[in-house]
Write a protein that binds this ligand. Structure first.
Ligand SMILES: Nc1ncnc2c1ncn2[C@@H]1O[C@H](COP(=O)(O)OP(=O)(O)OP(=O)(O)O)[C@@H](O)[C@H]1O
Length: 947
């Protein structure tokens, strides 16, 4: 339908209300005090429970905060008060053809569902709004006609479900040509009064995913969205008149939560991760939109989650929007309340642009006329068909004898048909269920990869922002994504999204730790790992001590579990008590070390006394690798899920086999040709449905891949910006150093690969500004930790899942198919991929992980250089000509101090700019200890910096 607008769009400020619920019994029991106080109609003061009022010295560090909102409602506010202060004003607009949204936000158990749905005796916003809406409709019924329809959905684990028809499976979100979001296939029910809608809502709510958690016995684990559409047109109108379409969204969000606080595990934890992710995306959109409102251009990424895509209009488009933030007043919930208030406070800056939705009624009526004539034709056709069938089935009284046996056969055949049909449908259903579970599992895995990328990005962003803040600098225009918490807080506190990202990463690592322990356990169960070849049973039993060794960067978090496995395994081999103690001691030593996410080699030192030498003190001992442990960042599919996946795949294959056998047997069944055809069509329909699921899965994968790509690009951009800034500042430093130009070449510059180092003697030394030093450290740290490489690898791994067939290769990667080969990062370190789950950098760090595949000596190191899969080129950039000042050749001496290069000297002439090829050679050849000396040294360093 064509939309026409009669009025100019108007800017509207998003209204933010705060509701503080009463303290509940559990909070009173645990001795919580009230720390959130309403002051006047618009202000709330949140006291810091950890603060000591006597401690005057720390008064300036108080975290007590005051916030102002459009309205603040405390425990004394009734449901009606809340409705009148927030949503009532939206009703009139909806009837006049404007969109409106009201959404409840806040931590788990803070009272969102209570506000939106309420109780029978104290109905919430849903019922009060609908009652008012229908009343307003009634009041204008004399002149106007209305139609009201509703839909009700939930977003659970990033999947949309129709709460009015839950069996319809997962629904998709689509954007139409006008950019508005549609959900094809969702049930839209026409209603005529509020009570009817409430009945439907109650029915829908029973389908909503609700589970008890540590913080709320009836916690809603999904975001619920009720959409009411009101169409209104004048009675007996001229054809040219317009229809007004107002849409009202009422959203009850799932509660934001901290994994550590809720003590959720397994399914709850996964739900929590999804909930947090979509709320984080919402928070990011709120941040970006509030910046926009404040005049700074910001990109708003609505595509990050289904929730933000659905709320796109409500937040940044055509909608009058009310956000009701919820908090508990309890001192025990200080952190969540603080975070919620900060978000809500930011949301106040958001502006939307509302315009009335009008449909051209002539088109509207023409369309319905078409539909009506189509329906009429269909009815005629069905009627004639029915008549024909009735004629055929009239009993022929003269031929009763013949009809009865025929009837019997028909009945039997019908029963037979029903039986086969039921069997087939059962088999198909089973297949589909398994396929869906598999898709969900794969999706979970990919989403976890995406999560990791995003968290790394958020943390890196913050680290960079911190260096700016620490030096009182404002980020440049290129660093526009900086967070503004300091504006609100007046301090350089870590913003909630960073804390959340850290928490998620640590949850992720905790899960990996468990997975890793399991893997070690499995490997340790192979007894031959522990003994020397050729040992006899007697030798094994005679003397055996085991200790655990680990390399420097060991993921020590996993050692205790590994040692336990070792001990358990060695028990039957009469492990000496001394050995046990040793193992226990090394386990204890391992505790508390940081979990690094590296490849770990666990060794057992096996000492055995050969039988013949017993008593002569000769002891043979050797290091035996006990197991490899890979604890990667980014691969989080726990072992149990991997085995579940394998199980599901096996069951799916069996179910497919069963269904195809049934299909083959069809021609032999005692059923009619027509029935056979129907069954074959049923099989075909099923095949198509499975194909459809596969396609959906693939499209989901592609979407996730795109999201991942966005993160990778952002991260690379971020890293590049930091590098550029460093180069700028270093160049400035050198230029300052070169003026006056009376002292060129008097110093020695130690080269550390591509960046300039700081050892400059003569002329009183070079003072490197603190900020530059810190930024350089951050830059090197990012390179050293390989976070960027990890992101690139995660992405290539995901791309690999779609396009590349990756096979194991000796000592590194060998990829086949599209994008195969050895990848090169900007730092020119080669990245290698082995099996589908294991990638290793040249430094030996494992970036992703299952255990390494067995080494295959028939394959050599991968060679052919390829670009990264998405086509990014990481060639060194061309040399930039900065200055012509040193056009005259200047002598340069390159000194290699390492013994490997014989302490050699290499003399050459440097011109400005230096020969790029020469510099490339330098970069590759010069180790950290090498130095460049002579009058041309500055020019060389400058050239290196410019690279
Ligand atoms: N203003 C209020 N007055 C009285 N009781 C309230 C109020 N707000 C919430 N409650 C009670 O607190 C409990 C938790 O509320 P509710 O389920 O609405 O929280 P929620 O924010 O929706 O939580 P979740 O996000 O976990 O679903 C419920 O038992 C509810 O009845």
């Amino acid at each position: 339908m064509r939309e026409i607008a009669t009025a100019e769009p108007k800017d509207q400020q998003l209204m933010v209300a705060l509701r503080i619920r009463p303290l509940n019994d559990a909070e009173v029991e645990e001795g919580a005090t009230t720390i959130a106080h309403k002051v006047g109609d618009q202000m709330v003061v949140l006291m810091d429970p950890g603060e000591d009022p006597e401690d005057t010295q720390r008064a300036h560090r108080s975290r007590e905060k005051t916030f102002i909102f459009d309205t603040v409602l405390d425990q004394h506010a009734s449901q009606e008060d809340v409705y009148c202060a927030t949503t009532q004003r939206l009703v009139e607009g909806v009837i006049s053809g404007y969109n409106a949204t009201v959404f409840a936000y806040g931590p788990s158990g803070a009272g969102k569902t209570y506000t939106m749905l309420g109780m029978d005796a104290e109905p919430g916003i849903y019922l009060q709004t609908l009652t008012d809406l229908f009343q307003a409709i009634e009041e204008t019924r004399d002149n106007m006609d209305y139609s009201v329809s509703m839909s009700y959905l939930e977003i659970y684990n990033e999947v949309i479900r129709d709460l009015l028809n839950p069996s319809s499976g997962f629904l998709d979100l689509r954007e139409d040509s006008r950019g508005s979001i549609q959900i094809p296939g969702i049930t839209e029910v026409s209603t005529s009064n509020a009570q009817e809608i409430m009945q439907l809502l109650t029915r829908g709510n029973r389908e909503r995913t609700q589970e008890p958690t540590a913080t709320n016995q009836t916690s809603s684990r999904s975001h619920a969205v009720l959409q009411v559409t009101v169409r209104q047109w004048g009675r007996g109108t001229e054809l040219a008149e317009a229809v007004r379409v107002g849409r009202l969204f009422m959203v009850d969000l799932a509660g934001s939560e901290r994994a550590s606080q809720t003590q959720n595990q397994g399914k709850r934890m996964k739900e929590g991760a999804h909930i947090n992710r979509s709320l984080l995306a919402l928070g990011n959109c709120i941040n970006a939109l509030s910046e926009k409102g404040g005049g700074r251009a910001q990109y708003v990424n609505f595509r990050d989650s289904k929730l933000t895509r659905l709320l796109k209009d409500a937040l940044g488009g055509n909608s009058r929007t009310v956000m009701i933030a919820h908090i508990s007043p309890a001192s025990t919930h200080f952190e969540e309340s603080r975070t919620t208030l900060l978000y809500a406070y930011r949301a106040k800056n958001i502006k939307t642009r509302v315009k009335r939705n009008l449909l051209n009624v002539s088109y509207h009526i023409a369309q319905y006329t078409d539909v009506i004539s189509d329906l009429r034709r269909e009815i005629e056709h069905l009627k004639s068909k029915l008549e024909k069938q009735e004629k055929r089935s009239e009993p022929d009284t003269q031929d009763v004898q013949a009809v009865i046996p025929a009837h019997d056969t028909e009945e039997e055949s019908r029963q037979q048909m029903n039986k086969i049909r039921a069997q087939l449908i059962g088999a198909f259903k089973e297949q589909l269920e398994m396929r869906r579970s598999l898709v969900e599992l794969e999706n979970t895995n990919i989403e976890l990869h995406v999560d990791t990328s995003r968290h790394l990005l958020t943390i890196a962003d913050w680290e960079r922002e911190k260096t700016h803040q620490a030096h009182g600098e404002r980020p440049g225009p290129e660093g526009g994504e900086e967070l503004q918490e300091a504006d609100v807080e007046g301090e350089c506190a870590e913003p909630p999204e960073v804390a959340l990202a850290r928490e998620e990463i640590s949850t992720l690592l905790a899960e990996q730790r468990k997975t890793a322990a399991l893997k070690v356990g499995r490997q340790a169960a192979a007894p031959h790992n522990y003994f020397m070849d050729g040992e006899t049973e007697a030798q094994r039993a005679s003397s055996l001590s085991v200790t655990l060794a680990e390399n420097d960067r060991l993921a020590l978090g996993a050692v205790p579990a590994a040692a336990e496995c070792l001990q358990t395994h060695l028990q039957p081999s009469k492990l000496q008590s001394k050995g046990k103690r040793l193992a226990q001691r090394s386990v204890a030593a391992g505790r508390g070390h940081p979990f690094e996410g590296r490849r770990v080699l666990l060794c057992g030192i096996v000492s055995a006394v050969p039988a013949g030498m017993k008593g002569h003190g000769a002891v043979a001992s050797m290091h035996v690798p006990v197991g490899h442990l890979h604890v990667p960042v980014g691969a989080r599919l726990p072992t149990r899920l991997v085995s579940r996946q394998a199980g599901l795949e096996q069951r799916l294959a069996n179910a497919k086999k069963k269904a195809s056998q049934m299909e083959k047997l069809l021609p032999r069944q005692a059923i009619s040709e027509g029935q056979r055809e129907v069954l074959q069509l049923l099989c075909r329909a099923h095949e198509l449905e499975v194909e459809n699921t596969e396609l959906q899965a693939r499209s989901l994968c592609c979407k996730n891949l795109l999201r991942q790509k966005d993160f990778v690009i952002q991260r690379c951009r971020q890293h590049r910006l930091l590098g550029e800034q460093l180069v700028r500042e270093q160049r400035q430093l050198i230029q300052d150093m070169l003026h006056p130009p009376s002292s060129p070449g008097t110093g020695t510059y130690v080269l550390s690969r591509r960046l300039l180092l700081l050892d400059f003697h003569g002329n009183g030394g070079l003072v490197v500004p603190d900020a530059l030093e810190k930024r350089y450290r951050l830059y090197s740290q990012e390179r050293g930790e390989g976070t960027l490489n990890r992101l690139l690898l995660l992405h290539s791994l995901m791309a690999g899942a779609l396009h590349i067939n990756v096979t194991p290769a000796r000592g590194g990667v060998r990829c086949q198919g599209r994008g195969a080969g050895t990848y090169h990062t900007p730092q020119r370190s080669r990245l290698k991929a082995t099996s589908g789950h294991w990638l290793q950098g040249e430094d030996g760090s494992v970036l992703n992980g299952s255990p390494p595949p067995p080494e295959d000596s028939s394959r050599d190191q991968a060679d052919g250089r390829k670009d990264l899969p998405w086509g990014a080129q990481f060639e060194l950039p061309p040399m930039l000509l900065e200055t012509d000042r040193y056009r005259a050749p200047l002598p340069v001496t390159l000194v290699f101090p390492e013994s490997g290069t014989g302490g050699q000297q290499m003399d050459f002439q440097a011109t400005a700019p230096c020969d790029p090829e020469l510099l490339r050679v330098l970069i590759c050849a010069v180790g950290p200890g090498a130095s460049v000396q002579g009058a041309g040294a500055v020019s060389v360093c400058l050239g290196l910096m410019l690279l």
